[in-house]
Design a protein around this ligand. Structure first.
Ligand code: NAP
Length: 486
């Protein structure tokens, strides 16, 4: 049996409720596809509203016991899961590549990045603290404690099938919350593998329940109005996030929203151009460009723009495109035909408006959903690609004159997830970092993701933070006790 067949066969394909794998209500299933081959890999149980309700019942049932489980025990489970993920990086990476498309090297990196959230929050589980203070007017004491929010609904996207899960599951487990997880329809297998692995690490039945489904809204929608649910944490597109916010308002749920981005990549004329090009390759090409923190548009100082564009085109043009599991592949397929068509549409729009193609510029014929790494120069400000999230391997380049103009361009978007800045001038670096309307800034680096740092956005990119010491706060409520001691 090939490694590919084995990793797919070994994944449980059911719905996970109260520690048991079940068929979906009605026995239905949906197909999961390999986007690098355009063929089905396997079928997965198609969760219905009744399955989601059973999952919430299970989460609610064990919430009190889980909240009372010693923090060290909760942390040790996460630590064991981190170890298991790390030990099984090869199989998990292959599975991820098969369902999502990214190269094996990128999948390995994601598995380890995803595991880091489990290790980080295993350490945070034992640092949930409160305060004890004197009343400023004397006579009593103010006691403040942190408690788990309660049962959570966690909804994840397809682009980072493991990391977007562990960023939520890790802090929820550490804080003492139980949960229902709805993975993306396009990539449920990695989450199902993670579920088995967390059970193996000792996570008690009912703490984590997982409902794959081909009808997200119908399946988890009813949970949003169930008063026993206390929180929703969502990573995905801004329109879906807005809809969930409306539903959350009904039930006054705690909400975390990790939404879309439109990251500017600024290169000033004093930047180290070698570093800027290296950073651009990472910020643009990580995950085939299908990342919320992908550099979406490059604003380059006029004096260095031509050289930057030529060097970036040379690097992207040399990247090897192919099936993610093939030897030497650097750029895998896009997730599906719709995504590839959208990338092509944005490139065509820019070219129609006068942009120049320096490399790439078209989809690849044949099986799978490939698009060649593309660099566009002289992109006019009216091009849609500058305002819409491209989610593909395309780098549109424009120029700026002054620092003020660079900032106006960077901030001229409804989104505010991350911005990248290349300059060697310390004063400028700090001035610009302070003025950018984003939740994160990459300063002379093209990679910001780190389990120990607070990941998240402002404006239409959402709110809430995942990772860092902030990450666990999303799953904790503050209780204040007024204490009379007199
Ligand atoms: P999406 O279409 O919004 O889907 C995200 C998740 O929400 C999926 O599990 C989806 O299920 C589910 N969903 C869709 N409609 C729903 C509804 N009415 N009720 C409940 N759940 C619903 O986004 P995507 O295309 O998977 O992901 C790409 C987007 O995610 C991009 O905009 C990207 O920038 C953003 N993203 C943001 C971050 C961040 O941290 N800020 C990280 C990664 C990605 P189905 O799969 O069944 O449709």
């Amino acid at each position: 049996m090939s490694a590919q067949t084995r990793v797919v066969e070994n994944v449980p394909k059911g719905i996970y409720v109260a520690g048991e794998w079940r068929e979906a209500r009605g026995g239905g299933s949906f197909a999961v596809e390999d986007p690098g081959a355009g063929r089905a890999l396997c079928d997965v149980a198609d969760g219905q509203a009744e399955d989601a309700a059973a999952a919430l019942d299970a989460a609610v049932g064990v919430q009190p016991d889980w909240a009372a489980t010693p923090p060290r025990e909760r942390g040790e489970i996460l630590r064991r899961a981190w170890q298991l993920m790390t030990d099984r990086v090869e199989d998990l990476a292959l599975l991820m590549t098969l369902e999502m498309g990214k190269s094996l090297a990128e999948s390995r990196t994601e598995v380890l990045y995803a595991a880091e959230f489990l290790r980080w929050f295993s350490e945070e589980a034992v640092r949930i603290e409160g305060r004890y203070a004197a009343n400023p007017s004397g006579g009593s004491r103010l006691l403040t404690m942190k408690q788990p929010v309660g049962p959570c609904l966690l909804i994840t996207p397809w682009n980072f099938p493991l990391a977007m899960g562990t960023r939520k599951i890790g802090p929820a487990v550490a804080a003492g919350c139980t949960m229902v997880v709805k993975p993306a329809q396009l990539t449920p297998l990695s989450m199902l593998a993670l579920t088995g692995l967390l059970a193996e690490a000792g996570l008690p039945p009912g703490v984590l329940n997982v409902v794959p489904s081909s009808s997200a809204g119908k399946t988890v929608g009813p949970l949003m109005s169930d008063p026993r649910l206390r929180k929703v944490s969502f990573t995905g597109s801004t329109p879906v996030g807005k809809g969930l916010m409306e539903q959350a308002a009904e039930n006054l749920l705690r909400v975390s929203m990790e939404l879309g981005g439109n990251a500017p990549f600024l290169v000033f004329d004093d930047a180290d151009l070698d570093e800027a090009v290296d950073g651009a390759v990472i910020a643009k090409m990580r995950n085939n460009g299908e990342s919320c923190v992908a550099a979406n548009r490059f604003h380059i100082a006029g004096a260095v723009a031509e050289e930057f564009a030529a060097r970036l085109a040379e690097r992207l043009g040399a990247m090897k495109v192919g099936h993610g599991a093939a030897e030497g592949t650097q750029v895998g397929p896009l997730i599906d035909g719709d995504q590839r068509d959208k990338v092509a549409e944005l490139v065509d729009d820019a070219v129609d408006r006068g942009a120049t193609v320096l490399t790439g510029g078209s989809a690849v014929e044949g099986d799978g959903y490939f698009f060649t790494p593309t660099v566009l120069a002289d992109v006019p400000r009216s091009a849609r690609i500058l305002t819409e999230e491209v989610f593909g391997p395309v780098a549109p380049i424009t120029t700026f004159g002054s620092e003020d103009e660079a900032l106006a361009l960077a901030n001229g978007t409804e989104f505010g997830l991350v911005a990248y800045v290349y300059t060697q001038d310390l004063r400028r670096a700090l001035r610009v970092a302070e003025s950018l309307e984003t939740g994160m800034v990459g300063l002379n680096t093209g990679l910001v993701s780190n389990a120990a740092a607070p990941f998240g956005g402002v404006k239409a990119s959402g709110f809430g933070r995942e990772g860092g010491v902030e990450g666990i706060e999303e799953y904790l409520s503050t209780k204040y006790v007024a204490v009379s001691i007199g």
